[in-house]
Design a protein around this ligand. Structure first.
Ligand code: PEP
Ligand code: MN
Length: 375
């Protein structure tokens, strides 16, 4: 439920907050430029909503909206007394040790980049340093986030499964040195709180996209979450997965399209089929930022750049890309070596993204505004 309250009505806001807490919900308040602020009640609000009459009668309450979509926390459109309202898209913030806050969902591309997995300290630090220097060179340090999966889901049980907490220690060291925040995958709901004490952002991978215990566990943690779409998931399944997280009180969710399995890709020309229209659909249907993973759709580093650039036309809020610091390391890399893009090549793709942002995106947004497509 969304409630508009006159600014300065502290007592009313406290009453709403107390009521929300009584039903296990949390409130988030957005102070816009206008006369009213918006109180968003987060979580499973079915019980809270039964007190709608009481809320509407509190002093200073202008409107209360019920969300009619099945995806109550993340829906873009809500219905109130005055009809339908389009909720503003959410900005997910990831603060860094360097004092800069990475803001995903502002219209400026956020660059999440790093190894598939931290495997050696040298590799992890080299990639983090290169990412930092790209950030400095192009003035986009406040848009760079490091990635690396220390816990790896693998198809074959005998394959290398990451360094676990030792890998987390390498990512910690990279953050300590560069100031860049990092995102890392969590696979086990029991381990999620411990990983969250280290990581700045958590990632739920495609194989765990409907691991409901895990989704709820990260929903209880004070960390933003990248939620990948399951490789065979329909829109509803993806959005309900996000609701599992949000229902626990964590609405800092970034949706990530990473491609689907199809029989066609068995031909070997790529690893997964990118679904660019899923990005557009998620952006239009939900308030959440949406990013794209060009690495796992490609499976081959030579087709990563074009996949990344292709996603820009769908107005992604960022990309998450797997990289390599040194070509000689490719044969040492134990997971996803073929798709790792050299950092030097990545830097040139960053230039393409920035050129798109400056020269193409405004034209695209103007056409979409004419077509009344929400951006
Ligand atoms: C990864 O990011 O390394 C990963 C395993 O991704 P996905 O879950 O999309 O396969
Ligand atoms: Mn990978």
């Amino acid at each position: 439920m969304i409630i508009e309250v006159e600014k300065g009505r502290r007592a009313t806001i406290e009453q709403i907050r107390d009521l929300a807490a009584r039903f296990g919900n949390r409130v988030e308040i957005t102070e816009g430029d206008g006369f009213y602020c918006t109180v968003h009640v987060i979580g499973d609000t079915r019980e809270f909503a039964t007190r709608e009459g009481y809320i509407r009668d509190l002093p200073g309450v202008r409107k209360a909206f019920r969300i009619e979509s099945d995806h109550k926390n993340i829906a873009r459109v809500a219905r109130g007394e005055g009809g339908l309202v389009r909720r503003p898209r959410r900005v997910v913030e990831v603060p860094g040790l360097d004092g800069k806050v990475r803001r995903i969902g502002t219209g400026k591309h956020v660059f999440i980049v790093g190894p598939d997995s931290p495997q050696t300290m040298e590799q992890t630090l080299a990639i983090a340093r290169a990412a930092r220097s790209i950030g400095e060179r192009y003035g986009i340090l406040d848009r760079m986030i490091l990635r690396g999966g220390a816990f790896k889901p693998r198809t074959r049980p005998t394959d290398w499964r990451g360094l676990g907490m030792q890998g987390i220690a390498m990512l910690d060291a990279a953050r300590e040195e560069t100031g860049l925040p990092y995102a890392t995958e969590v696979m086990d709901h029991n381990l999620a709180p411990e990983i969250a004490e280290h990581a700045d952002m958590l990632q739920i991978g495609t194989r765990n996209a409907q691991n409901f215990d895990l989704l709820e566990a990260v929903g209880r943690l004070p960390r933003p979450v990248i939620l990948k779409r399951g490789f065979g998931n329909e829109a509803n399944e993806w959005f309900f997965a996000a609701e599992y997280v949000a229902n626990q009180g964590n609405l800092d969710i970034v949706l990530c399209e990473r491609g689907m399995k199809t029989l066609f890709t068995k031909g070997g020309y790529c690893r997964n089929q990118p679904d660019f229209n899923a990005i557009t659909h998620a952006r239009k249907t939900t308030i959440l930022p949406v990013i794209f993973d060009p690495s796992h759709v490609a499976g081959d580093h030579r087709i990563v750049p074009e996949n990344l650039v292709a996603s820009l036309g769908h107005l992604v809020d960022g990309t998450i890309t797997e990289t390599l610091h040194d070509e000689a390391f490719r044969k040492e890399q134990l997971c996803d070596a073929g798709q790792a893009l050299l950092m030097d090549h990545y830097a040139r793709v960053v230039e393409a993204v920035l050129a798109f942002e400056e020269h193409v995106r405004p034209h695209l947004e103007a056409v979409l505004a004419d077509l009344d497509v929400p951006v």
